[in-house]
Structure formats: structure tokens, C-alpha cells
Design a protein around this ligand. Structure first.
Ligand code: NAP
Length: 513
């Protein structure tokens, strides 16, 4: 038996301790906002370097608490360090400041135009709710923290109770790293407990929040953020079904590869990924269903993250398998957990269900996320069947399409239509791959319409995630000497700029400065 696997609530902070955290974050905010972008970059790299130094003990702690394999955790920690260094590079490049200058123009087409200088400033202290399923990459020093610090914001991190010791250890590393490069100590704090998280979210000193977790939890917190006297942005990543559609042409070419890939993807990490493909649409009458069932039945039991998540998973399985017409092709084993037994390590093997495609209408619970190693297959009889399902699904992080390498003209036509429909539902449309595994890169968009996220325009993965914690301000006709360096005429920070000269109003020319 490894470590405590039950998901008992962490203790709340004492009121005076929470007050101190909020006060320090509020005091640090203007100092961080004024700090040079080089100082921000140095701080991010310092955290990454320190995490690398403490790699062995961090991975060991996370392994004991989550039961995730050491290699996966080591890889996740590497990703965490890469994210931090990538954000350092991003701030050094300066493009995130999004500087745009419109020179004054007395001849402007709509009448005399003032001089306008716009750039992005940090929003202020950010409250981050860490995820259960990424003890490093979406936790204490994870993507949200890196993006907020890169933007110049203080971070208050609500630890996830699924890995308390890992969180505390990581927080100590972060605090020490920041102190070593003279960042004020209010720049980062760890808090625990449901009430502490909720109170911090309601506090006027907190300017934005980020969250990864359940639809119920995320929605409750989103509503709290919106109901404040001064509502704040709440960047929640909630639930996602991540449907996959396979064309007949793709199956003709690589049935076995697709079956193996699908089973590998929906069972990866015991199915506890936000991008887990939960729904597979295949042409009716194909042998792929039997092959997927055969492969699924061979997958061994692996560990769930916490007993709370396991209980939720079991309840979901009961609901889904109880839907009229649903056939259970593979019944997963395990998942025997006892409430309050901290030595119980819940392990499960995957479950596979077959649903009539007619059941997948907009009210169907089959189109909601099941967090864990379960997937639903539905056989389609016509292109129309697929279009209906893609129309009925709610916002999702991904839609995946498997297409023949050399598609027929009909298939191209069909897939083009599905791709367009997919883009109205998902933040990322994947071709001939699997949605699990999200590249951390500038072009990445890990987001999508609700309930995939609560903020449709933003990503939580990749360097564009910094935009969540910035807001624009424009200076009108300000004397150059009083302007912040980022928008001064001489461009002392040497950041990329767009300058619209006077007399260009006919073309609104864009010139890098
Ligand atoms: P969760 O229950 O939503 O909790 C996430 C975080 O939010 C925790 O720190 C939790 O605090 C806090 N929280 C949740 N509801 C709250 C509320 N009403 N008031 C105050 N704080 C609240 O998610 P989880 O524990 O990670 O896993 C449970 C379920 O979340 C999974 O079964 C799955 O459905 C979903 N999930 C989705 C993703 C995704 O990427 N889409 C990732 C992980 C989990 P406490 O735990 O301290 O209560």
C-alpha cells in the first residue's frame, strides 16, 4: 500500500493567517507590476532550477501520494520546468506586452485623432486552484502559476488535498527560489482548505482566479467570482467529453492501429486526463468494436488518484450503464474504496460501453464527462448521424477525426464538414492522433466553449496562457516622460511594437517599431 489515497479535506487556514497571505499578496502586487521583465524572467528560471535540484524528493513525494508511476511524474516535473523557462523566454521577448501606438493625426478620417499608446499590465493577485490529476504541471508551480508570475501577478495557490505533502514541498522550493532572487515574499503563498479557497476568491485583493477540476466545483466557484460586488475573471477548466470520429476509409487502412491507439488514450493515467477521449463514433458493422473490447479487457488495474474521484467514477459508471439501450462490453474490475480509510489505494481496470447512436441527443448524460478509464462507443449509419452528435455535444477541449491517409473525394467533403462543426464545439481539432498529450507551445489552445472552460477566448496551456492575467491600458496624449518604459517613444525595453503613423488612416498600416 502506498500513501494516503483518500481525499480528505485539507484544514483551513486560521482567519488571521489567510488575512496575512492576502495582505502580503496585495502589497507585493504593485512591486511585481513595476519589476522589469528581466527580473520576472530571472524569477521564473530560478523556480525551474530549484525544482530540478529537488527533483528526487518531489517525485518521491508525489509518487507516494498519487500512486502515479515515477517515470510519468519525472516527465511531468520536466514539463513543469520547461513551462517556467518557456514563460521566461516569452516575457524576455516582450511581445506579450502587445504595445500599439497610434500617432496623433489631425487629418484622421473620423476627425482629429489623439495619440494613443496601449500595452498590457498585470491584473493583480491571482488565486489558483490546483488540479488533482497533475501534481506538478497543473499544481503549485504549474502552468497557471507560471503564467501569472510571468504576467507580473502575485499568486495565492489553493493546494489540492489529493497531494498535500507534494504541494507543501513544492511551495517551499518556490518560496526559497523567489527569495533567492529578491522577489517580495507576498509574490507566492500556499493556502489549504475549502473555506480558505472560497474566502480568498471573495476577497477584494484577489483580481482573477484559475481552476482545473469538476464541473460542479468549477461552476460553484465561477458563480462566487461573478457574484462578488466587483466580479473578477474566473478561468475554469471543467469537464470535457473529447469525442473521436473514425471514417470508414481510416478503418480500412489501419483498424488495429486505431483500436490500440484509442484504448491507450482513454486508459492513460487511469483515464484521469481532461483530454481523455470519452466517446468514439465508428461506422456501423466494423470489426473495430470487438477489437477495442478485446484490448480493453487486457488492460490491468491501475490506481485512481483519490477515493473521492473513485467514488465519483463509480457513480458515473452506474449512471451511464443504466441508460436505456446501453450495453456494457467490458466491465472494469476494482474500485473498491472505503470512505475514510487512508490506506486504501483504489485501483481499477477500464470499462467499455456501447450506446445506440440515437441516444446521443443534447440531453443525454452519455455526452457528459466520466472522469476515469471508461469510454462509450456508438456506431453511426450515416454522415448525418455524426453531424447530429457533433451538434449535440457541449463545449469540449478537443474533437478528434481519423481520416484515410489518401481520402476519397467523398471522404474529404465529409471530413471538411465535420471539421467545421468540430471547430464550433472544441478548442483543438486533432487529425489522425489522440487528444491526450497537450503540446506546451505558443500556438497551443487548451480551451473551448463551456463546460470545457468558463472563458472561451483563453487557453491554460502554452505561452498564450499569460493573456489571462493581463489587461490592456491605453495612454492618451501623455507626455513621454510620464509614460511607463514599455510605451515610451525611445522603446527602452526594445519590445516589439505596432506603430500606426499619422496619415496612414486609409490603410491603418502596421509597422514593427
Ligand atoms: P474538484 O472537486 O472540482 O476540486 C478541485 C479544487 O476545487 C479543489 O481544491 C477543491 O477543494 C476546490 N473546490 C471544488 N468545489 C469547491 C467548492 N464548491 N467550494 C470551494 N472549493 C471547491 O475536482 P477534483 O477533486 O480534482 O476531482 C473531482 C472531479 O473533477 C473528477 O472526478 C473530475 O470529474 C473532475 N476533474 C476534471 C479535470 C479536468 O481537467 N477537466 C481535472 C481533474 C478533475 P477541496 O478538494 O479542498 O474540496
Amino acid at each position: 500500500m502506498t500513501g494516503p489515497a483518500s481525499h480528505t479535506a485539507d484544514p483551513d487556514l486560521l482567519d488571521e493567517d489567510l488575512e496575512r497571505v492576502l495582505d502580503r499578496a496585495g502589497a507585493a502586487a504593485p512591486i511585481l507590476a513595476e519589476a522589469s521583465i528581466e527580473d520576472r524572467a530571472v524569477a521564473l528560471v530560478a523556480i525551474a532550477d530549484a525544482l530540478d535540484v529537488h527533483r528526487a524528493e518531489l517525485v518521491a513525494a508525489a509518487r507516494a501520494e498519487t500512486g502515479l508511476p515515477g517515470a510519468r511524474l519525472a516527465g511531468e516535473l520536466t514539463r513543469t520546468c520547461v513551462q517556467l523557462r518557456m514563460f521566461a523566454q516569452e516575457v524576455r521577448a516582450g511581445a506579450f506586452l502587445d504595445v500599439v501606438v497610434d500617432r496623433a493625426d489631425p487629418q484622421f478620417v473620423l476627425g482629429p485623432r489623439p495619440e494613443l499608446r496601449r500595452y498590457q499590465i498585470p491584473v493583480g493577485p491571482v488565486l489558483v486552484f490546483a488540479a488533482s490529476n497533475f501534481p506538478f504541471a497543473f499544481s503549485v508551480a504549474g502552468a497557471d502559476t507560471a503564467a501569472a508570475l510571468a504576467a507580473g501577478c502575485a499568486v495565492i495557490l489553493k493546494a489540492h488535498p489529493g497531494h498535500p505533502r507534494t504541494s507543501e514541498l513544492t511551495a517551499t522550493v518556490v518560496r526559497e527560489a523567489l527569495a533567492s532572487v529578491d522577489v517580495p515574499d507576498g509574490a507566492f503563498a500556499l493556502i489549504t482548505g475549502v473555506r480558505s479557497g472560497t474566502r480568498a476568491l471573495q476577497d477584494p485583493r484577489v483580481a482573477a482566479a484559475a481552476f482545473t477540476g469538476s464541473v460542479a466545483g468549477g461552476r460553484a466557484l465561477f458563480d462566487i467570482a461573478a457574484a462578488r460586488p466587483n466580479p473578477i475573471p474566473f478561468y475554469g477548466e471543467l469537464g470535457s467529453i473529447n469525442p473521436v470520429v473514425i471514417t470508414r476509409g481510416a478503418l480500412d487502412e489501419r483498424l488495429d492501429e486505431i483500436a490500440t491507439g484509442f484504448v491507450g488514450s482513454f486508459t492513460l493515467g487511469t483515464g484521469q486526463f481532461c483530454t481523455k477521449p470519452g466517446l468514439l463514433l465508428v461506422p456501423a458493422g466494423s470489426a473495430v468494436v470487438d477489437r477495442i473490447a478485446e484490448l480493453t479487457a487486457q488492460v490491468a488495474e491501475t490506481r485512481m488518484l483519490t477515493s473521492k474521484i473513485t467514488q465519483g467514477y463509480r457513480a458515473r459508471l452506474d449512471t451511464v450503464s443504466g441508460v436505456a439501450g446501453v450495453e456494457v462490453l467490458v466491465t472494469g474490475t476494482g474500485a473498491e474504496t472505503q470512505d475514510g480509510d487512508t490506506d486504501t489505494v483504489p485501483t481499477v481496470s477500464p470499462s467499455l460501453l456501447l450506446a445506440p447512436i440515437a441516444q446521443l441527443d443534447e440531453t443525454s448524460t452519455l455526452l457528459e464527462e466520466s472522469f476515469g478509464p471508461a469510454a462509450v462507443i456508438a456506431e453511426y449509419h450515416s454522415d448525418d448521424d455524426v453531424e447530429k452528435v457533433l451538434t449535440h455535444i457541449q463545449g469540449t477541449l478537443t474533437v478528434t477525426l481519423h481520416v484515410a491517409a489518401r481520402p476519397s473525394a467523398d471522404e474529404v467533403e465529409q471530413v471538411r464538414a465535420w471539421g467545421r462543426l468540430a471547430a464550433t464545439r472544441a478548442g483543438r481539432v486533432v487529425f489522425n492522433g489522440w487528444p491526450t498529450g497537450v503540446a506546451v507551445t505558443p500556438a497551443q489552445h487548451h480551451g473551448g466553449p463551456y463546460p470545457a472552460t468558463t472563458a472561451i477566448a483563453h487557453t491554460s496551456v502554452g505561452t498564450a496562457a499569460i493573456r489571462r492575467f493581463l489587461r490592456p491600458v491605453v495612454y492618451q496624449d501623455a507626455p513621454d516622460e510620464v509614460l511607463p518604459p514599455a510605451v515610451q517613444d525611445a522603446n527602452p525595453l526594445r519590445v516589439p511594437r505596432v506603430i500606426n503613423e499619422a496619415g496612414e488612416s486609409g490603410t491603418w498600416g502596421h509597422h514593427p517599431g
